[in-house]
Write a protein that binds this ligand. Structure first.
Ligand SMILES: [Zn+2]
Length: 112
């Protein structure tokens, strides 16, 4: 389920979400959004959590949510964390390539 499907499942209009910056927001920026002045994108209660979601066709958007809807979205949104060693290595390789640097991975695994 991609981000667009998750938002549709939760009944959230992606076009109504505030645009987010193209960079990873500083923690203080995220905390400032959840001061209780913004409504949950789903139910309208004061938002207590926020995250940036990448919406196909719209780009990065703030998803401000109450606690319950944060948890509901968390269960549905694809995990950004790799769950296998191969996935972790692929992420490290992609990050090194993006940074234009070499990558050396050293492990203590012993091939059996
Ligand atoms: Zn809510």
């Amino acid at each position: 389920m991609d981000t667009d499907d998750v938002l549709r499942t939760l009944g959230i209009d992606p076009a109504a979400l505030d645009p987010a910056p193209p960079w990873a927001p500083y923690r203080g920026t995220s905390l400032a959004r959840i001061d209780g002045s913004r409504p949950c994108a789903r139910c309208g209660q004061p938002a207590r959590a926020t995250r940036v979601v990448d919406v196909p066709g719209l780009g990065r958007r703030w998803l401000d949510t109450c606690r319950d809807d944060f948890l509901a979205a968390s269960r549905l949104l694809p995990s950004r964390m790799p769950s296998t060693v191969e996935g972790i290595v692929a992420d490290l390789r992609a990050a090194a390539a993006e940074a234009g640097t070499d990558l050396t991975i050293v492990t203590d695994d012993v091939a059996g």
